[in-house]
Design a protein around this ligand. Structure first.
Ligand SMILES: O=C(CO)COP(=O)(O)O
Length: 144
């Protein structure tokens, strides 16, 4: 199953994401990128040399699609630049995406500083794949 790198940016953060990707573009040349609709459209236009798959726009289900990709073990890493100052109509989807990243132990950055740490890590681009957590005991408790 191919592993994608996921990018999402709220409107106030889209310029920041474009600038950040531009800085680290070489690292993404051989990687498959997946992004919510508007974010993906901007990335594809700015960086035609990168492989960008566009999902639905965030408010129309793009965050939920990314959350599903995490549940299906198809996302290697998530960079999601969140605007902490604006309410989002699809906040419930945003929280689902965050929860899926935490639940399934996906390396995830929600601001530029952490995104920098991720791409500068010696683990980035290596064969490193974090293990998914085992919730079988927890599920057994729920069923009992
Ligand atoms: O709303 C978003 C993330 O919650 C981003 O969606 P767009 O990339 O379609 O703007």
């Amino acid at each position: 199953m191919p592993q994608f790198i996921g990018f999402v940016a709220h409107d106030a953060c889209k310029d920041d994401l474009l600038a950040w990707v531009s800085t680290h573009k070489e690292r993404f040349r051989d990687r498959r990128i997946v992004a919510t609709g508007t974010t993906g459209g901007l990335l594809a236009k700015a960086f035609p040399e990168l492989s960008v798959t566009q999902l639905l726009s965030g408010p129309l289900g793009g965050d939920a699609q990314l959350a599903t990709m995490i549940a299906e073990d198809r996302l290697a890493l998530l960079v999601f630049l969140i605007d902490p100052m604006s309410p989002q109509p699809h906040d419930v989807d945003v929280r689902t995406l965050l929860r899926m990243a935490v639940l399934h132990n996906v390396p995830a950055a929600f601001n530029i500083a952490t995104a920098d740490y991720l791409v500068e890590s010696r683990l980035f681009g290596s064969a490193y794949k974090p293990g998914r957590r085992d919730f079988s005991e927890h599920l057994g408790r729920l069923k009992a």
